[in-house]
Ligand binder design. Structure first.
Ligand SMILES: Nc1ncnc2c1ncn2[C@@H]1O[C@H](COP(=O)(O)OP(=O)(O)OP(=O)(O)O)[C@@H](O)[C@H]1O
Ligand SMILES: [Mg+2]
Ligand SMILES: [Zn+2]
Length: 254
């Protein structure tokens, strides 16, 4: 802290304090240095403004639906233990799967915030936006930030990829996603990801106008990001399946 009114009284703003141990004095990191680091990390973490407040503590349980309440309670516990135990040797990542509006991004950001508080460097990327930036990075006219995006996705300590698979698959997309996930998997670098694609083959019945029913096979994660990326995700992530709950965005406006 550098401003007058917030200068740390313990270390006088140096980030170091003198400690006496067994008659010897030495320097030790002051707690304010950790706080400053957490703040700097948070500022560069790219959390979108509408998730600025998302935390594990303000994740609400539906009062009117006991089944959903229990399901979300379990999910919240899983995410909490993920952040508490982070980083584990096996499966250091987290994959949240579920329907739109069930709170996946909220929980992913909340988990990321808990890791930032623990001093881990984290970066939020919307999947589609990351792919767009990587693609435009090849463009000579693009800014340095776009060219950096791919490097950052590979190298940052913890990467949050939001809405994985929300992009039409091309060979280019599949190769790029596989490259990022493979690199991170090989380097044992944690990934937090959310998706509303199903992980297992699933069909769904739709009522058509006129009363007839149509059965549609849902697109799967493997189809959208490729089987190799999907396989590695399972290798490196704890998988959390969101329960069937009403879309929070709909519930909120009622
Ligand atoms: N249980 C909850 N308690 C508090 N806020 C919630 C909860 N669930 C969702 N929200 C809020 O509702 C909005 C939608 O949730 P969120 O974006 O996390 O859904 P999502 O599962 O990521 O949806 P999508 O698949 O469309 O990306 C966000 O503003 C989020 O903070
Ligand atoms: Mg989301
Ligand atoms: Zn201090």
């Amino acid at each position: 802290m550098t401003t007058m009114e917030s200068t740390c009284t313990v270390c006088d703003g140096t980030g170091w304090k003198i400690v006496e141990r067994a008659g010897l004095s030495g320097a030790e990191r002051c707690v304010c240095a950790a706080a400053t680091r957490a703040r700097d990390l948070k500022e560069s973490s790219n959390i979108p403004p509408n998730y600025e407040q998302a935390s594990l503590d303000n994740f609400q349980m539906p009062a009117d639906n006991p089944v959903a309440r229990q399901g979300l309670g379990t999910v919240l516990m899983q995410v909490r233990s993920f952040t508490r135990e982070f980083p584990t040797k096996t499966r250091p990542g987290l994959l949240l799967i579920g329907e739109p509006g069930t709170g996946k991004t909220h929980l992913a950001v909340a988990a990321m915030r808990a890791l930032l508080d623990k001093g881990h460097e984290c970066l939020f990327y919307d999947y589609q936006n990351l792919l767009d930036r990587i693609r435009s990075g090849y463009d000579a006219a693009s800014g340095a930030a776009d060219r950096e995006a791919y490097r950052a996705a590979l190298d940052v300590e913890v990467l949050l990829l939001d809405d994985l698979g929300a992009h039409r698959v091309t060979d280019w997309v599949e190769d790029t996603v596989t490259a990022i996930i493979t690199h991170r998997c090989n380097q044992k670098k944690p990934l937090i990801a959310t998706t509303n694609l199903t992980d297992e083959e699933r069909v769904r019945d739709f009522a058509m106008p006129g009363g007839e029913k149509k059965t549609i096979r849902e697109r799967t994660l493997a189809e959208m990001i490729g089987t190799r990326a999907r396989s590695r995700l399972h290798e490196m992530c704890r998988v959390v399946n969101m329960p069937a709950v009403e879309d929070y965005r709909v519930r909120r406006v009622r």
